[in-house]
Design a protein around this ligand. Sequence first.
Ligand code: GRF
Length: 202
Amino acid sequence: ARVVVLASGTGSLLRSLIDATHTDGYPARIVAVGVDRECAAEGHAEAAGIPHVRVPLREHPDRGAWDRALTDAVAAHEPDLVVSAGFMKILGPVFLDRFGGRIVNTHPALLPAFPGAHAVPDALAYGVKVTGSTVHLVDAGIDTGPILAQEPVPVLDDDDEATLHERIKVVERRLLADVVAAVATRGVVSDGRKAVIPSDRT
Ligand code: GRF
């Protein structure tokens, strides 16, 4: 399967997905990386020889124009699957129309708890003893799409945002690579609320 990865940050999820796709028999390859700002993810793409494209919101007259530009940039690489790995912008209606049902996002909390861009500090501030990683399909809401996989991560008494986020990311990296492989091989069936990756019967 052809995968386009969207990222905005340090790109450690992208880096680990690149590594996963280089393992023997992995059923997907990353054909392009899209970013919305100058970020370390671009360096990871470059190091791996993967084309990358930068589509910053502020270089467009409005969100609609940005949405169309990002959609065109990604569509040019004809992805079967789009992976949002730390992409910090809400995808627009044109993008969702084009790739809906085929966009996978990772979120550093057990949804529906702690949606949004501050999931890790929010979980710490609430005082939960367990949080985790969620891999889900993207819909028009903020972290509301059908859930594909989840895994818990303990919160330790002396955690700060950095230590907790890193413990979650260790899980996210593995869970994302597993889900992308499963979806690439077996697809995903969703009724818009729930999503199921058909089980491997081989
Ligand atoms: C991940 O925790 C992801 O779930 C969140 O942003 C982080 C990206 O990490 N939305 P990185 O930039 O790949 O290290």
